[in-house]
Design a protein around this ligand. Sequence first.
Ligand code: G3P
Ligand code: MG
Length: 242
Amino acid sequence: MQLTKVIGHRGAAMLAPENTLASIKAAAEAGAKWVEIDVSLIADGGLIIFHDETLDRCTTGSGKLRLASPSLVASLDAGRWFSSEYEGEKVPTLVQALDYIQSLGLGLNLEIKHDADDVENIVPDVLEALKEHWQDNEKLIISSFNHAALALCYQMDSSRYLGQLYEDIPAEWQAQLAAIEAYSLHCDYERLTQAQATAIKQAGYKLLCYTVNEAQLVESHWRWGMDAVITDDPNLFVHLEK
Ligand code: G3P
Ligand code: MG
């Protein structure tokens, strides 16, 4: 695995409209070697890069994302809300994003978003897209807050590096990570305690923290053994890669 210390969140969400190709490019230009993006399911089985459950905040459209057709999503502007400089930016499909990220030589943390009952609709198609369109398994972590989604990933392809996402780390974290032979645990830096960090590292897992937008907020976390930050502004941390 070629994990680095700095992962751009939704590309580089502070520098360009999140989860767009422009945002991925901004992360690379800032010096990040990895990006995190969110993959979501829309109507007709389409897979796109998008965070929210509705189109409203980040596009010129509105309404529930899950009900939007690929042609509707393709017609939307996903940059204008951020600034006029990005007018015309599109919502990428998963395949477009995979191709672009690899063309820039970046690693990828792909976060699977889902409706509660959509795990079996999204996971097989994500794995198939990765099989067809992602070359280097050593530069890919699949993560999700949904343990069932990761369990299905593990069942279908145990060679993938899996990252369990948590807001609050539950008491049963170690059993959950063991059940999917997880590579990493990804958590909210604000809720992580030193005791949890120590236990996670002692158990042999990589520890990634989101979403860190001020360097001094995680000075102690590095000492606790944190391996990487997921940040909206990679500029804050890229000196650590040197
Ligand atoms: O993967 C880390 C982070 O992206 C998880 O939260 O809501 O920003 O997707 P969210
Ligand atoms: Mg995410």
